[in-house]
Design a protein around this ligand. Structure first.
Ligand code: NAD
Length: 496
């Protein structure tokens, strides 16, 4: 634990039971903006009992391989509430993202990012931008399951679950209903990822039917992203799978005026994490020039969510008034419209000086509590599951697709119930009747289907695997091809 008095706000004498909160200042500009935020919270009378922990780069460098030590987990188990500064994540290698670990371990399935233009105080090309991004936080490509399978090919597994999707979509509609929002949008790429994104879209449609007063729309994520960037005013609340939500929430925050201004809430059934959306900004760390607004907005949401909405509103009002008065940090300062360029702590002092004042141009948004987490999602009844075949993936670079088909067909005589049906390379059919133009890597999918009149079961596959391995063609991965209540649970090969 970091016992620095810097992070111990003085509580007012008339406190009820203060709210225990784990405080992680984080890396880079984190400690500076956390200090500014906690100073404002203390001055406004927020009733919090902070437990300060070190997570992220400093924890990692001190020998904790995950970047989160036992003291941090102990504190989180007690408080179930984290106010976190940004964490530096190494790119391409090094320790796994602490942010992803925290969200997944604590079951924080919903990421809520309100983005709104504060024009003309913070100029933007999109003065009408006022949108809440609801991002699924645990699934999708962020499962972090990646493998190198051949010399030339690596893969990342995209996982979308029905309960996970139902939970985020329902929570998104609850947020919309609580905020009086009458239109909810959903973006996916289900024209390409028909099973994974297709499930997300289908569940969105199913859940939306239970909110008849709210208009809904679904857009393919490419045109959805383009319209969000070009005409953000047409969106009010957008529900997205994890990766698209990660990207588009930054786009929305940036075109609102500055990534330095937005906070976010990560909500789960057993806890919550509040943070700024920006990163650790190592380029300006230690200079007292970072804008603490993103973390302050996150802290406002945290207080509102935890029974301290009046204090949250007091801080939000003073913060907006400070911006309206032209007291700006360097990232949003402009000589022609700002009145003073202040540092991180100077900005905090300016907000404190305005506690009790109301904004003149903007209404309060962040200090309304978010809805409580809906009950557990419905679980699916067991479907009748039958097997059609198996996809075996091979690492091979011995010739043409026809050569591979000849070799595999000879070997496959060891498993007479299964017949080679198609070979693909990077998803494109190359046998039978492939095209010479198709570029092939060393990563091949051989699809075996049940021979006519044969009922296949997973028990047939080991014989085939052994025969392939004996012939010098060990499989690198397999996927069983099942039907669920008669519907295929797999896609056809491209070009099939
Ligand atoms: P970044 O958000 O840290 O910085 C992008 C740009 O915005 C920089 O020029 C920076 O100076 C500026 N900026 C960011 N926050 C600011 C603020 N409050 N005030 C003024 N200017 C601000 O993004 P990055 O450079 O891509 O990432 C740096 C590190 O942060 C990386 O290790 C990344 O993985 C990590 N990161 C962490 C989180 C998180 O902890 N939630 C989120 C995003 C990135």
């Amino acid at each position: 634990m970091d016992g620095s008095p810097l992070f111990t706000p003085t509580l007012q004498a008339d406190t009820a039971a203060p709210l225990p909160v784990t405080i992680a200042p984080g890396d880079g500009i984190g400690p500076e903006i956390m200090q500014a935020t906690l100073t404002i919270l203390a001055a406004a009378g927020a009733q919090i009992a902070p437990e300060v922990v070190t997570i992220g780069e400093r924890s990692y460098l001190a020998g904790e391989p995950t970047g989160i030590g036992a003291d941090a987990w102990d504190s989180l188990a007690r408080t179930k509430l984290l106010l976190k500064g940004p964490i530096t994540t190494p790119q391409g290698g090094g320790y796994k993202s602490v942010n992803v670990t925290l969200r997944k371990t604590l079951g924080l399935f919903a990421n809520i990012r309100p983005c709104r233009a504060l024009h003309p105080v913070v100029p933007t090309k999109h003065p009408d931008l006022d949108v809440i991004i609801i991002r699924e936080n645990e699934e999708d490509l962020y499962a972090g399951i990646e493998h190198q399978q051949t010399d030339e090919v690596v893969q990342c597994l995209k996982l979308i679950s029905r309960p996970g999707t139902e939970r985020i979509v329902r929570y998104g509609f609850e947020v919309a209903a609580a905020a009086g929002i009458d239109k909810v949008s959903c973006f996916t790429k289900d024209n390409i990822m028909k099973l994974t994104d297709g499930l997300f879209h289908r569940v969105f449609d199913e859940v939306s039917a239970q909110y008849p007063a709210i208009k809904t729309e679904h857009l393919i994520v490419d045109i959805g992203a383009a319209r969000l960037a070009d005409q953000p005013g047409r969106f009010k609340l957008v529900i997205l799978p994890n990766l698209y939500g990660d990207i588009l929430s930054d786009v929305a925050a940036e075109i609102a005026g500055s990534v330095g201004l937005a906070g976010s809430a990560n909500i789960g059934s057993h806890g919550a994490l509040f943070e700024a959306i920006h990163g650790s900004a190592p380029d300006i760390a230690g200079q007292d020039s970072a804008n603490p607004s993103g973390l302050l907005c996150a802290a406002i949401m945290m207080l509102a969510q935890n029974g301290q909405a009046p204090v949250a509103a007091r801080i939000e009002a003073a913060w907006l008034r400070t911006l309206e008065d032209g007291i700006h940090t360097l990232d949003i300062f402009a000589a022609d419209r700002s009145k003073a360029c202040v540092g991180t702590q100077g900005f905090a002092e300016a907000v404190i000086a305005r506690l009790g004042q109301q904004p003149r141009q903007f209404d309060l948004r962040l200090s309304h509590p978010l809805p409580t987490v809906p009950p557990s999602p419905t679980r699916q009844p067991k479907a009748e599951k039958t097997m059609d075949g198996v996809d075996l993936f091979l690492h091979w670079s011995g010739g043409t697709p026809d050569d591979l088909a000849d070799a595999v067909q000879t070997i496959a005589q060891a498993a007479p119930g299964l017949r080679l049906a198609v070979i693909t390379n990077r998803g494109v059919k190359v046998w039978p009747k492939g095209r010479d133009e198709t570029f092939c890597t060393d990563h091949w999918r051989c699809r075996f289907m049940a021979a006519p009149g044969v009922t296949v079961s997973p028990a047939l596959v080991p014989g085939l695997l052994q025969a392939l391995a004996k012939a010098g063609l060990p499989a690198i991965k397999m996927e069983m091809l099942f039907r669920f209540d008669g519907t295929p649970g797999y896609t056809a090969a491209q070009g099939q």
